[in-house]
Each structure stands twice: as structure tokens, then as C-alpha cells.
Write a protein of this length. Structure first.
Length: 301
């Protein structure tokens, strides 16, 4: 189970431990408050492992540990939960490095871990449950780096589902609504990210969009975070069902409002979907260079 420092991973690790399973829970930092909380609240069956999904040596060390402890039995379930996003901005304003980091953690890290554990999963005829995001299915404003990595992850897992069927391995995707997890709901974190983004932008881009444009996106996102759901049990239950149900669903959609969102996405015209996503999530103002007062200033000059 990857990404157990906080949020879904931490709650699921605790839940599976209470149910009596042997859980291998990976955390980014063995001394983090989340890791210490798991040590305090879980049985000695739970094993905490340090793993940064961007580091092959970390992944290999975790694979060797799990292989050594499950060689005779095989591994029943893998939960790809670790996810990363630290950018809320238009794709043009998001540095290329941010796209790469999202792909490293959300896609390549999960791919490497899954491939490494497949021999053990095949011998047990086990399960793969992966936490993706509706942002991988729809063009949420200002989430391109995160959304593109989750789109790649979702497609990868759908491919695994089809290819691993003959081995008896069942593969499920979890596409949660918006929940309070980790730093995702800390305004101070997002304000710092905004400052770093503004400092890194080329002058020409900053002129075209305007600093107030980036400020406004950030304010809307912080406002949106206030409606994030604190109770993670719907997601934990979906992950658990994916691991244990005789016939798990291919996709789970825990969270409010996803039904209407996917209905609009599938059946209504693109412009309706785009309007809905802006109304629901972030509706950026016009970039500075497109505003009437800017054109008037230019004419006067």
C-alpha cells in the first residue's frame, strides 16, 4: 500500500490492519506524523517501509523486502495510492518540470512498483487497486500536469486489467471526489507554491496573463478546498471492496457530485462540460492581454 503518510493511504492501512491483514505500508518519511500515528494505532503485523516513488533504489528495496516476506504465500493485493500535485495553473504557466514530477510519481512510480510485484500477485491470483482521479478523465481547469499523469495511470491500469485477466488478477480503479488529504487543504502550502510559480515565470508570460490572474486562480482553489470532505470512509470502503469482493467493480466513484459530472462529460456537448467544470472548480478571469482595459492602455500608448 503506497502513500500512507496521510489521507487515503493512512486510513486504508489502519482499516486493513484492524481487519487482520498483514499490511506493508510505504511512507515518504518514517518519522512523519502520519507514520508515527500508524505505529501507535496499528498492530505489530503492519510493516512501515520508506519509499520515494521517484527513486528506483527505494522501490527495489521495498520489492526485495516484500518478496522475502511473501515468497511462499504470494501477495494478495497491491494498492497504488501515492499521488502528487503541487501546481494549480494553466498548462502554459506550469513549468515542464512540474509535468515531469507528476508523471514520475503518479505514473512511472506506480508502473515500476506494479511490474515488480506482478510475479507475487500472479502466484496468488490477487488484486491491484489504484487510486486515480476524475481529473484524468476530464480537462479540469488549471490541473493539466496532475490530470495528464492520472490519465496515463488510468489507461495503464485498464490495460493491465485486460492483460492480467487470464492470470485471475482483478484490477480496479478508484476515482474519488474531493477529500481533505495531506497538504491538499493547507492554504499556506498553496500560497507558497503560487509565489514560487510567479517567481519562475518568464516576463513575457507574466505580462500576457498578469499576476492578478495567477492570484485569482489560487484564491478560487483555496475557496474550493473548503468544501473538501473530511470523512474518508467512502474511499477506504471502495479500496477494501476492490481488494476483497468476489467480483470487484472496474471503477469506483466515491464522493458527491461525480454522477452528474460524468453524465455531463459523456452525454453533453464539450462547451457544456467546460462551463460545468469552471463553475464547479476554477473559473479563471480573462488573461491580462485579452482584457479591454489593457487594449485601451495599449492604444493610448
Amino acid at each position: 500500500l503506497s502513500g500512507c503518510d496521510s489521507g487515503f493511504g493512512q486510513a486504508t492501512a489502519r482499516h486493513l490492519d484492524i481487519m487482520g491483514f498483514q499490511v506493508f505500508a510505504s511512507v515518504l518519511d518514517l518519522q512523519s506524523p502520519g507514520a508515527q500515528e500508524l505505529r501507535r494505532s496499528c498492530s505489530p503485523r503492519l510493516t512501515l517501509l520508506q519509499m520515494d516513488l521517484t527513486k528506483t533504489e527505494d522501490i527495489q528495496r521495498v520489492l526485495q523486502h516484500i518478496q522475502a516476506h511473501t515468497n511462499s504465500t504470494g501477495l494478495w493485493g497491491l494498492v497504488n495510492n501515492a499521488g502528487f500535485n503541487d501546481t494549480i495553473a494553466d498548462a502554459e504557466l506550469s513549468p515542464l518540470g512540474k509535468f515531469r514530477t507528476c508523471m514520475e510519481v503518479n505514473f512511472f512510480g506506480s508502473l515500476e512498483l506494479t511490474k515488480g510485484l506482478l510475479p507475487l500477485l500472479r502466484s496468488a491470483g490477487g488484486r491491484i487497486v489504484t487510486v486515480s482521479s476524475p481529473a484524468g478523465d476530464m480537462p479540469f481547469p488549471c490541473l493539466a500536469a496532475y490530470g495528464a499523469s492520472k490519465a496515463a495511470l488510468s489507461l495503464l491500469m485498464d490495460t493491465f486489467r485486460s492483460e492480467l485477466q487470464p492470470w485471475g488478477i482483478k484490477v480496479s480503479l478508484i476515482l474519488p471526489g474531493y477529500y481533505k488529504t495531506g497538504t491538499t487543504c493547507d492554504p499556506a502550502f498553496w500560497n507558497l507554491q503560487k509565489q514560487q510559480l510567479l517567481a519562475s515565470l518568464p516576463q513575457e508570460l507574466l505580462q500576457a496573463y498578469g499576476e492578478d490572474y495567477v492570484e485569482e486562480i489560487n484564491q478560487q482553489f483555496i475557496q474550493f478546498m473548503k468544501v473538501a470532505v473530511e470523512d474518508l470512509s467512502a474511499v477506504v470502503n471502495s479500496i477494501t471492496e476492490g481488494l476483497l469482493a468476489a467480483n470487484p467493480a472496474v471503477r469506483y466513484y466515491p464522493g458527491q457530485g461525480l454522477g452528474i459530472m460524468y453524465f455531463i462529460h459523456r452525454y453533453l456537448p464539450y462547451f457544456v462540460r467546460d462551463l460545468f467544470l469552471k463553475g464547479f472548480f476554477i473559473n479563471p478571469k480573462l488573461p491580462r492581454a485579452l482584457r479591454r482595459e489593457h487594449h485601451n492602455d495599449v492604444k493610448k500608448a
